[in-house]
Design a binder for this molecule. Structure first.
Ligand code: TNX
Length: 503
């Protein structure tokens, strides 16, 4: 092969060399391979091109998919496109990622559909590459979540964090506390319609994610962000505690202040807390965690911990200790926003999610480090670069601005191991959160998520040293995703920093 130009791949692989020309794809092209990835490839090619490849059992097929644990590290693969395609996954996930790479090589030109010839070796930098969807401020149904899983797993994300409860609503059914969804799920921020997942809905999401090698992390935000719990069970929640930011922001936005026991339609934060000195609160936490753990095969339960502004520190510490212990008792690893690192006795091994800035402010760095001191690790969600709900530009119609204005380049150019003074091995990876205060439709969500999630996909997957791991290369490779996103109906924001291509 002659290796000439760079290939349109996001995230950039460990190594990728382009060959000459294309291998044509037609209705006679056959696929051999018994993994689910074979059927996923056939479906994806059909959606994109209208060509339905056939699955055969003969080894001389034009496209061969197989597993060999010796080819790469976990989730890795090798891929060759010459006169045949051979994808070898180190495991099922690796094979799935090899297929995602192949789909980025699938292009249409004057002569029809074909695969760019290439030789790729690949494996992820970080084991954890996540996105978060806030379904509490605005609810998004099962089909939207599935679409979100499709479009993010195509970028090799492997964790989906669902923010299932907040002041505005409770979004998953819990049998032992049925009023949560009965009384606290009907609305979203601003009085928009709400909704919730039945247990079957939730299991359907988990299974759909698992088939795409995505682990679901359910979050119940505690002890703050709990106004909606009090609408269903008033005895569990303290009276709202107003703070100056809440009062001034609510006035500026024309939003009501929270009233105990009444549905909250604004998006101010920091006013709610469960009752930390009532035993019944821990019965509640234990039941919810148990029911979530029962239907969550992944190892994590996220218990929130952010912005408990009205909660005295000693109470917060006590709650953090007890809540993380309850998750451990349920057989899961607790995950918490970095504020819980202010509590000395969080359960050992608790994973912290750092959402401070790339230059930490106040006590954020210490709080983050405490998870590592307790034998845990960190997920990096630095708000001024990874937050998908920040505006792209001052005049962008959706999103907030409190952390930063985040254009695509800003989202791309940061280094997750350079934020906190902890060993590199304590950084599990990255997560890009989409908070949904301003997103009233799933299209709104997609316009904030894409293309910036692709930047975090590359930060999480690609080796720092890869030759293509730089902004100039990224922006041109990213531009080449436009035809894929259009074919899948992904409503991305066509940011003018990016040279979007037609096909
Ligand atoms: C802060 S980030 C929050 C959320 C908001 C978000 C809006 C975090 C852990 N808490 O409650 O939705 O800002 O950007």
């Amino acid at each position: 092969m002659v290796f000439t130009h760079s290939l349109p791949l996001v995230p950039a692989p460990v190594s990728a060399a382009a060959g000459e020309g294309r291998m044509p794809i037609t209705a006679t092209t056959r696929v051999h391979g018994s993994s689910p990835a074979s059927a996923q490839l056939i479906d994806a090619v059909a959606r994109r091109s209208g060509i339905r490849l056939s699955l055969v059992t003969t080894a001389d097929a034009e496209i061969e998919l197989r597993i060999d644990p010796t080819v790469a590290a976990a989730e890795g693969y090798t891929l060759t496109v010459d006169d045949r395609v051979v994808i070898v996954g180190a495991d099922e996930a690796g094979l799935f990622y090899g297929v995602q790479t192949l789909l980025q090589l699938l292009r249409e030109d004057e002569s029809g559909w074909g695969l760019l010839r290439a030789e790729v070796r690949d494996a992820p930098r970080f084991p954890r590459r996540g996105v978060m969807l806030d379904v509490a401020r605005h609810f998004f149904g099962v089909d939207d979540v599935k679409k979100f899983i499709d479009s993010t797993s195509a970028l090799k994300f492997n964790h989906l964090h669902l923010h299932l409860s907040d002041d505005q609503g409770w979004r998953v059914h819990i049998d032992s506390w049925p009023l949560l969804t009965e009384r606290s799920s009907a609305t979203s921020a601003g009085g928009d319609p709400g909704g919730f997942y039945s247990k079957d809905d939730y299991r359907e999401i988990v299974a759909y994610a698992a088939a795409r090698h995505v682990i679901v992390i359910p979050e119940i935000d505690l002890p703050g962000h709990t106004h909606a719990i009090g609408v269903a069970y008033p005895e569990l929640v303290e009276a709202p505690v107003m703070n100056d930011g809440l009062i001034s922001e609510s006035a500026r936005l024309g939003q009501p202040l929270p009233v105990a026991g009444e549905t909250y339609l604004g998006w101010g934060v920091g006013h709610s807390s469960v009752r930390i000195h009532e035993e019944r609160t821990y019965d509640f936490v234990r039941d919810v965690v148990r029911e979530l753990a029962e239907m969550t095969p992944g190892p994590y339960i996220h218990i929130g911990g952010d912005e408990s502004l009205g909660t005295p520190q000693a109470d917060f510490d006590l709650f953090a200790e007890r809540a993380t212990a309850i998750v451990v008792e349920a057989g899961k690893t607790p995950v918490a926003w970095h504020e819980m690192g202010s509590a000395a006795n969080i359960a050992e091994g608790t994973v912290g999610q750092y959402w401070g800035k790339t230059v930490p402010e106040g006590t954020h760095a210490e709080e983050g480090k405490h998870f590592v001191e307790r034998g845990g690790a960190l997920i990096m969600s630095a708000a001024n670069v990874t937050y998908l709900d920040m505006k792209y530009s001052e005049d962008f119609p959706l999103g907030l601005t409190w952390a930063a204005i985040i254009d695509v380049r800003t989202a791309y150019e940061w280094e997750p191991t350079a934020v906190l003074d902890v060993p590199d091995s304590a950084i599990l990876g990255v997560e890009a959160p989409l908070w949904s205060e301003t997103t009233r439709t799933f299209g709104d969500v997609e316009r904030l998520v894409f293309p910036r999630a692709a930047a975090q996909a590359e930060v999480g997957w690609s080796p720092k040293s890869a030759p293509e791991r730089n902004w100039e290369s990224f922006r041109s490779r990213l531009g080449a995703l436009a035809p894929l996103w259009k074919a899948e109906g992904v409503d991305f924001h066509p940011a003018d920093e990016i040279p979007w291509s037609e096909r």
